[in-house]
Ligand binder design. Structure first.
Ligand code: AP5
Length: 215
């Protein structure tokens, strides 16, 4: 099962990808997570990416396409994958098509998380991430059992640098300008499946399960 999760910042792509990974055993490939790890490790790619991420802008296409191409060639992706946050531009979608065709593979579903922008600010300002395992929480909608501590591994929870109000607004503008056009791109290819991402985490999970089961 090869899936793409498409949606604005805070729509719940990472939360749901994590659940599908646990349920179906296919890896979650989050370009955002890979880039944040490169930033934390101060690799040359991370140093280059940091200024774009801090400003809420997209990292250049060639950088993220290279990341995904390398990651998709890993052994654990043979059973399938969830692309979480990639592609984000038409150029990235074209590059993905070429790389999958070259490997004799294809996307089964592009799941579009439909959500009103007005709820996203609250979701993102309340988000907390685990420094050790990367799991996401929300102070209200998905709180950890103990404040500031990851339920899964006991790691320290922190707030992402780009989850500040100003940066969130910029990220939403960038989504509208550069990523939202991918909906018609994938609709034209008959791959787009829209889900209501405004509901609870459990109801969104059910909608995704139904799509996966419909194959
Ligand atoms: P990335 O890390 O991909 O961020 P994003 O797309 O902006 O998405 P988010 O992680 O913010 O949101 P999400 O949809 O995963 O929501 P989540 O599940 O966490 O990218 C970061 C940056 O990296 C980009 O700005 C860019 O600079 C760069 N980058 C990454 N990929 C790139 C690419 N392909 N090209 C170029 N640059 C790239 O949920 C959010 C919160 O809401 C959580 O607290 C969660 O608990 C809560 N929540 C989730 N679902 C629900 C629900 N149903 N109800 C209530 N609360 C919920």
């Amino acid at each position: 099962m090869n899936l793409v999760f498409l949606g604005p910042p805070g729509a719940g792509k990472g939360t749901q990808a994590n659940l599908v990974t646990k349920q179906c055993g296919i890896p979650q490939i989050s370009t955002g997570d890979i880039l944040r790890s490169a930033v934390a490790n101060q690799t040359p790619m991370g140093v280059k990416a940091k200024r774009y991420m801090d400003d809420g802008l997209l990292v250049p296409d060639d950088v993220v396409v290279g990341i995904v191409e390398e990651r998709l060639s890993s052994d654990d992706c043979v059973v399938g994958f969830i692309l979480d946050g990639f592609p984000r531009t038409v150029a990235q979608a074209d590059a993905l098509k070429v790389m999958l065709q070259g490997a004799g593979r294809s996307i089964e579903h592009v799941i579009s998380f439909e959500v009103d922008h007005s709820v996203l600010l609250g979701r993102l300002t309340g988000r907390r991430m685990c420094r050790s395992c990367g799991r996401g929480f929300h102070v209200v909608f998905d709180p950890p059992a103990e404040t500031g501590v990851c339920d899964g591994c006991g790691g320290e929870l922190y707030q992402r640098e780009d989850d500040r109000e100003e940066t969130i607004r910029r990220r939403l503008e960038v989504y509208d300008e550069q990523t939202a056009p991918l909906k018609s791109y994938y609709e034209a290819a008959s791959l787009l499946r829209k889900i209501d991402a405004l509901g609870t985490i459990e109801s969104v999970q059910l909608a995704i399960q139904n799509i996966i089961a419909s194959r």
